[in-house]
Design a protein. Structure first.
Length: 59
């Protein structure tokens, strides 16, 4: 079963604002796409961790 996190948790993990998460999700093809569940927005934690690891390798 996938572990899903909310936008607030993602913002805390990345140390960015909600607007920055929105920009990343709309501007970067490799950033994990948000999942809409009813009125809630969630992100797949595994995909987020893979994206973070890829960003660290790119630097």
């Amino acid at each position: 079963m996938k572990k899903l996190i909310d936008t607030k948790t993602l913002c805390e993990m990345l140390a960015v604002s909600k607007m920055t998460v929105w920009r990343l999700s709309h501007a970067n093809d490799d950033f994990p796409r948000p999942l809409k569940i009813g009125r809630s927005t969630r992100f797949d934690l595994d995909l987020v961790n893979k994206w973070i690891a890829a960003q660290r390798k790119a630097v």
